[in-house]
Every structure is written in structure tokens, then in C-alpha cells.
Design a protein around this ligand. Structure first.
Ligand code: 3HC
Ligand code: NAI
Length: 718
């Protein structure tokens, strides 16, 4: 709702009240309309201030209402009522003015912002455009190029930048509401003719066509199939080419197309999913609201390779004191130089405070004796990791949390090396660790709730989205990825090319197809794991070369590694590159010959594989494994899996994540297609729909938010 009061005798004050972000729910909109009428009708009131309760102006339209039937006054007439008011209306912007919140502010005649406030149009991230006049008013106020930037990217600006752009009239370090009241008094008698943004002509720079062409190219490049950014460009175009009223009609049409799209539904689901994962629970019943994190002031990182360096940077930037440990002076020095460079680049590009003095480097593991939490990031070698956990257990102070960044080894086996197995958890970061937002917090059967809560909170403080997952081979992300990779290999055996598979996946919205990503990460990593698992056998022909443990296995990746083709780092992998370390992937005629020979050797006849099969074969087994993970209790809900895939594996956000995608395709359809492929390839692993997937498909494809009711039933009933 909105609360009305009178201050200093002549100022009508409208305070939005809808915690936590004063979103414009039906009740708030009704409140604003009612209180505006009241302020306009009271003769003593000469001017009006609109502000938000609890130091937050407004977080925009109430996203929770989007799925339901619209009630209450619509936003557009509400902002027109404010702009048309005969008394000056001043927005007092504290905290946030986002989306509809900024549109509300733009309908006011003046805007006063607190210096810590952030303003922006994040609608594009929800699959929408600013639909209450934002696309028509902002260009009139700050011009086309700056508006295109803010509206198509959703970038939020500080109050200082907003002032520079001309969005706000004044910025204050003091109380913004008090400042707005004083300001409102000072402008009470001023004419409003020049203050209604909708009446401004929209600036028309001479190179208008080029600006819009570039904007379209830019969004096409970065949107990866998302429709909202391009539609935002069209709406801004309407502001320049049409009179205001017609521009508003166009905005409404475009908004309606987006609002009713599957992409908007996916992005809005994802918005809430990313917030839902912080309310974690474990299979044994520990929960976020009953588990208290331990205080962590000082942390250590063991092993300063690719991952350890990024983790060190991330910890230091978050304000933790860090002890960074390597084996020998040479490696330590190299790591120190690399970390310093990363910190400096962070300071330069993102304005993060330089944190060199937060880090102490050492070649001795003894240096970690007084830390509160250790993150081990040495080679992926169980024997080495076990030795390190034994050492840590003897050296660290009682109560210190011992964490591992392993990509998939058994957390419990490591915990068993320590005196306090309950204090061992996985903190699985993603490369580059100072950039990637995802953290899988892996709890073992003995990890205590406090340890999980501490790791989850550490991740949050480091600016990550932490997702709690159970302990199994590969945890959630890599366990599902295995199925995706395997299918891609099988498709090559059956007749596809890496370019074909990658193209289909990139058209779906992945930034890179599976083969390009493998080349980037290094083919040798998976090869080492497969060797350790005993899957890599000496080359021989015949069907048994393609069978492991009774299931089909493709040795294609192993054969490439045997040729020294490790991907970008060696200049050759699934593609060729102009030099070792080269980035531009080109199809490699050698590989076509290699695949032909391989097929001939194994009696395989290449067939034409269409787009649909590539997509379904790659995605449905991965999705099926997601259901198996839910069935096994490794992830608490589909949101956890979706957030992991969007933030860690490049799953296109506008498709919501693999589990949401499956819900949109229809679970019965996913089951049917898996069964279809299973019939054709009975020996191929991963094609048999799991029990939970079948069960949900059989109870007529319930909405994704209802899945938990089925998942939470005793596992024997699934
Ligand atoms: N509607 C409904 N709920 C909202 C909301 C909104 N616009 N914005 C935030 N919330 C909810 C969150 O879901 C969360 O709820 P939970 O505690 O139950 O999970 C709670 O508010 C707090 O949110 P955060 O955890 O994200 O809190 P932060 O302080 O980290 O961030 C924020 C606050 C910057 C406002 C962030 O929540 C945000 O970016 N919100 C979305 C803002 C947005 O996209 N606005 C545009 C809406 S669309 C629109 O306005 C259309 C119009 O143009 C017509
Ligand atoms: P890396 O090979 O780049 O670095 C490992 C570092 O550990 C080396 O610098 C090595 O000198 C150091 N080291 C080895 N023994 C040590 C010891 N006893 N004491 C101190 N330092 C020691 O390896 P990377 O890629 O950083 O991987 C580390 C861990 O992170 C592995 O468990 C890996 O599975 C995991 N991981 C790797 C990801 C990646 O993309 N590289 C992603 C996520 C997890």
C-alpha cells in the first residue's frame, strides 16, 4: 500500500509500503492513485514527495503478480496521473529505483537521489522491456545512445552517474527524503510546463540509423537467442520516430509480446530460482534457517594453480585475510605475480579495492595453523588430497573448516582423513574462480549443518551464488555434464561432425558448443580422469573397444589425446587453431579423415543426423540425469540444478535451466523421446528415463513448483 502524510504543513508525502523492496503490487498502485488524488485535492498541499519505506524507493513492478490475473489500477495511467499533476511531484530516491520504480520516478517532475542509490531498468533480465513509459521517457530525457545502453543491458547506475546522465536533478549524502521535502517547498510555485518529460522532443542525433543498426548488431551478438534485448531497441526506436502517444502504444504492443513469451516465463522463474537456492536444505534435514554459520576472518588456499589463484583473489577482494600456500618458491613467486596482476586488473576494470595486503604467501603448510577455514585446490589426485587433509587436520586449530575444491572426488573419503569429519565440505568453484558466480557447496554424509551454513555464507560474501548439493561423483554439474559429453561423442561415431553438434547447441543458446568448450578447457583433463577410472584401454579394434562395463563407450576423446591433441593449448583438438593457445576454432580436415577411419575400423556407417536429434540426444540424457539427482536427494529441488547450469555451464538463461526447459517441453515428451532413442541404441547409457521423471510425466506433467511435493515423498515411493 501507500501511506499518506503531510509534512511541513504544505508537502503531501506518499510513502510506498511493500517490504522488502516496495514493489508496485496492486495494493501499492491503488495506494499511489488514492493518495495522489488526496494530495491534489487538499488546498494546503502545494507540492508532493513520493518515497519508499525503509530506505528503498521502489524495486519496480511486483514480479510475483505476473503469473496471475491483473488486478488494481494499471501502471501506465498511474504514471500519467502523476506527470499530469498540477502540483510539483518530487521523487525521493533512496536505495533503489529499478524498473517500474524508475518509471515512477521519471513521471515525477523532479528527482532527488541519495548518493548510495542505484537506478536502472533491469526488465530485460526478466525477458521484458520497461513497459510503463520507460522506453519513451528515458530517451527524451538523456538521449538515444545512453538509453539504449541502460535499457538493453539492464545495467544499474549509481546516483552520481544518474546525475551526470541527467536522470536525477540532485544527489545528496544526507537524508534524501528531507532533501526532497525542502526541494518540494522550493519549487511549489514554479511552472511545471518544462518538467513533464513526455512533452520533451526526443533528441535525433544525425547518425540515428547507424546508432540503431549498431545497437541491433550488439544485442544480436550478446543475446544468444534472447528476444527481449532486440525488442527493447525497437521500443526506443519508437520514441525517436513516433509522437509520445503513438510511442506508448508501440511500447504496449512490444511489452505484450514479451510478457506473453516463454522466455519471459523462463527468466522470471530463474529470478526466483536464484533466490530460492539460498534457502537450502540437505538430505538429512539440515536447513538454512536452523543452521548458524561460524565466523570466518582468516582463510587459507592450498595450491595456487588455475583455481587456487582465482579463489585467493576472490577471498581477498571480499575482505578476508588469506594465507596462500604453494609447494616451492618458484611456483609461489609465479602465483604471487599472477594474483597481483588479477587484483590490479580487478581494481582497474571493476573498481574493486586493491587487496594485496590481505594476502600472505608461504611455502609451508604450517602457515595455516591459525586460519578459520582452508580451501584445498591442489591437483585432482585423491592420494595427494588425502595426505593434505591429514596434514591440515594435524596443523589447523580446532574448529577450523576444511574445504576442498575437487571437481568430483568423494568428500567423505577426504573427511575420513581428519579428526573432525563433520567440518569437511566441498567448495567447488568454477574457472575462472574470481569471475564465475557459481559455487557448489558439497556436503558429505558427516558434514555438520554449521559447516554447510559457513561455506554457503562464505560463497555469498565472495559474491557467489552458493548452491548446496550432496556428495556423489561429479556432484550435480559435472555428473550431468558427463551424459552430455558422452552423447556428443556417440553422435560423432554415428555420423555427425563437431561443427554440426556445436552449431545446434549454439543456436539453442549456449555460448559455445560442447566440442569448442572441451577444446577450451583442455581434453587432457577428462582423459586423466578416465585413465584413473580404468576406462582408457590400449588401442584395439572390434566392438569390445567401444564397451565398458556392459555399456557403450566412445574412446574418441582418448584417441585424440593420444595424438597430443589437447585442444586450444596445443593448437589442435576437435578443431584446429592457428597456434598453440589460439582462440579461433576452425574445422580440421584431419579430423574428418580420422572420424572416417575410425568408423570404418569399427564397422560404423555414417548417417545423416538432423538438428532435432542432435539437440535431444545431447540435452535429454543430461536432463534425465538431473531427475536422477533429484531422486537420489543430491539436489533439493529443480531450482538448484537450474541455477548450477545457468551460472556454471552456460545454459541460456532465457531457457530457465535444464529442468525448467524439460517442464516446458513436457515431461511426457522427454520420456517418449528418450525411449525412442533407447530403442534404437539399447546399449547407449543415459537413455533410460529414471523413475522420478516417469512418475512426474505420468501425473500429467505438473508445474515445476509442484515437483517438490513428489520429490519429498519417501524415495521408495518414487
Ligand atoms: N517483485 C517482487 N519481489 C521482488 C522484486 C520485485 N520487483 N524484487 C525483489 N523481490 C523480492 C525477491 O524475490 C526476494 O524475495 P525472497 O526474500 O522471498 O526471496 C526479496 O524481494 C529480496 O530480494 P533480493 O534477495 O534480490 O534482495 P537484494 O537486496 O539482493 O536485491 C533488488 C534487491 C536489487 C531489488 C533485487 O531484488 C532485484 O533486482 N529485483 C528485481 C528488480 C526488477 O527487475 N524490477 C523490474 C520489475 S519488472 C517491471 O518493473 C516492469 C515494468 O517496467 C512495467
Ligand atoms: P593446477 O594444476 O592448475 O594447480 C594445482 C596447484 O597445486 C599447482 O600449482 C601445484 O603446484 C599445487 N600443489 C600441488 N601439490 C601441492 C601441495 N602439496 N601443497 C601446495 N600446493 C600444491 O590445478 P587446477 O586446475 O587449479 O585444479 C585444482 C583443483 O581444482 C582440482 O581438484 C581440480 O579438479 C579442481 N577444479 C578445477 C577446475 C578447472 O577448470 N581447472 C574447475 C573446478 C575445480
Amino acid at each position: 500500500m501507500a501511506f499518506y502524510s503531510r509534512v511541513s504543513g504544505s508537502v503531501g508525502m506518499i510513502t510506498l509500503q511493500n517490504p522488502p523492496v516496495n514493489a508496485l503490487s496492486a495494493a501499492v498502485r491503488q495506494g499511489i492513485v488514492d493518495t495522489m488524488h488526496r494530495a491534489l485535492s487538499e488546498p494546503e498541499v502545494k507540492s508532493v514527495v513520493i518515497c519508499g519505506q525503509n530506505g528503498k524507493f521502489c524495486g519496480g513492478a511486483d514480479i510475483r503478480e505476473f503469473g496471475a490475473k491483473m488486478t488494481g489500477p494499471p501502471l501506465v495511467p498511474m504514471v500519467h496521473l502523476i506527470e499530469a499533476a498540477s502540483k510539483p511531484v518530487v521523487a525521493a530516491i533512496e536505495g533503489i529505483a529499478l524498473g517500474g520504480g524508475l518509471e515512477l520516478a521519471l513521471s515525477c517532475h523532479y528527482r532527488i537521489a541519495h548518493s548510495k542509490a542505484r537506478l536502472g531498468f533491469p526488465e530485460v533480465a526478466l525477458g521484458l522491456l520497461p513497459g510503463a513509459g520507460g522506453t519513451q521517457r528515458l530517451p527524451r530525457l538523456i538521449g538515444v545512445p545512453a538509453s539504449l545502453d541502460l535499457i538493453t543491458t539492464g545495467r544499474q547506475v549509481t546516483a552520481a552517474e544518474a546525475r551526470q546522465l541527467g536522470i536525477v536533478d540532485e544527489v545528496t549524502d544526507l537524508n534524501a527524503v528531507d532533501a526532497a521535502v525542502k526541494f518540494a517547498q522550493s519549487v511549489a510555485d514554479k511552472s511545471l510546463d518544462a518538467r513533464r518529460i513526455s512533452t520533451y522532443p526526443c533528441p535525433r542525433p544525425p547518425d540515428l540509423d547507424t546508432i540503431f543498426e549498431r545497437a541491433m548488431q550488439q544485442v544480436r551478438r550478446s543475446a544468444r537467442g534472447a528476444i527481449a534485448p532486440g525488442t527493447c531497441v525497437q521500443a526506443v526506436h519508437a520514441a525517436v520516430t513516433l509522437p509520445y502517444a503513438k510511442g506508448m502504444e508501440r511500447e504496449r504492443e512490444l511489452f505484450s509480446v514479451l510478457f506473453n513469451s516463454g522466455q519471459a516465463r523462463a527468466l522470471q522463474y530463474y529470478f526466483f530460482a536464484q533466490r530460492a537456492v539460498s534457502r537450502w536444505s540437505t538430505a538429512s534435514g539440515a536447513r538454512w534457517d536452523t543452521s548458524k554459520p561460524r565466523p570466518v576472518h582468516k582463510a587459507a588456499v592450498i595450491g595456487l594453480g588455475t583455481m587456487g589463484r582465482g579463489i585467493t583473489v576472490s577471498l581477498a577482494q571480499a575482505g578476508f585475510s588469506v594465507v596462500a600456500v604453494e609447494t616451492q618458491e618458484k611456483q609461489l613467486l609465479e602465483a604471487k605475480q599472477a594474483v597481483s596482476g588479477m587484483l590490479e586488473r580487478g581494481a582497474k576494470r571493476r573498481g574493486v579495492p586493491l587487496a594485496h595486503d590481505k594476502i600472505k604467501y608461504s611455502c609451508s603448510v604450517q602457515a595455516v595453523a591459525d586460519v578459520d577455514l582452508v580451501i584445498e585446490a591442489v591437483f585432482e589426485d585423491m592420494a595427494l588430497k588425502k595426505t593434505i587433509f591429514q596434514q591440515l587436520s594435524a596443523i589447523c586449530k580446532p574448529g577450523a573448516l576444511l574445504c576442498t575444491n575437487t571437481s568430483g572426488l568423494d568428500i567423505d573419503e577426504l573427511a575420513s582423513q581428519t579428526q573432525s569429519p563433520e567440518l569437511v565440505v566441498g567448495m567447488h568453484f568454477f574457472a575462472p574462480a574470481h569471475v564465475m558466480q557459481l559455487l557448489e557447496v558439497v556436503y558429505g554424509p558427516r558434514s555438520c549443518p554449521e559447516a554447510v551454513a559457513t561455506a554457503m555464507q562464505m560463497g555469498k560474501k565472495m559474491g557467489k551464488v552458493s548452491v548446496a548439493v550432496g556428495n556423489c561423483r561429479g556432484f550435480v554439474g559435472n555428473r550431468m555434464l558427463k551424459l552430455y559429453l558422452e552423447q556428443a561423442f556417440f553422435l560423432l561415431e554415428e555420423g555427425a561432425t563437431p561443427e554440426q553438434v556445436d552449431q545446434v547447441l549454439e543456436e539453442f543458446g549456449f555460448p559455445m558448443g560442447v566440442f569448442k568448450v572441451s577444446d577450451l578447457s583442455g581434453l587432457d583433463i577428462g582423459w586423466k580422469v578416465r585413465k584413473a577410472d580404468g576406462l582408457v584401454l590400449p588401442a584395439f579394434t572390434g566392438t569390445s573397444a567401444r564397451i565398458r562395463g556392459g555399456s557403450r563407450y566412445s574412446p574418441l576423446g582418448d584417441l585424440l589425446c593420444e595424438q597430443g591433441r589437447f585442444g586450444q593449448k596445443t593448437g589442435k583438438g576437435w578443431y584446429q587453431y592457428d597456434k598453440p593457445g589460439g582462440r579461433v576454432a576452425k574445422p580440421d580436415p584431419w579430423l574428418f579423415g580420422f572420424l572416417e577411419d575410425y568408423r570404418a575400423q569399427h564397422g560404423l556407417v555414417a548417417r545423416r543426423i538432423d538438428h532435432q536429434e542432435v539437440l535431444e540426444r545431447c540435452l535429454y540424457p543430461l536432463i534425465n540425469e538431473g531427475f536422477q539427482i533429484l531422486q537420489d536427494g543430491i539436489a533439493a529441488g529443480p531450482e538448484d540444478i537450474d541455477v548450477i547450469y545457468v551460472l556454471g555451464y552456460g545454459w541460456p538463461r532465457h531457457r530457465g535451466g535444464p529442468m525448467f526447459y524439460a517442464s516446458q517441453v513436457g515431461l511426457d515428451k522427454v520420456v517418449e523421446r528418450l525411449e525412442h532413442y533407447q530403442q534404437i541404441h539399447p546399449d547407449v547409457p543415459g537413455l533410460q528415463p529414471c523413475r522420478l521423471l516417469r512418475k512426474l510425466a505420468a501425473i500429467s506433467n505438473p508445474a515445476i513448483h509442484k515437483w517438490r511435493e513428489v520429490i519429498q515423498k519417501p524415495r521408495s515411493q518414487l
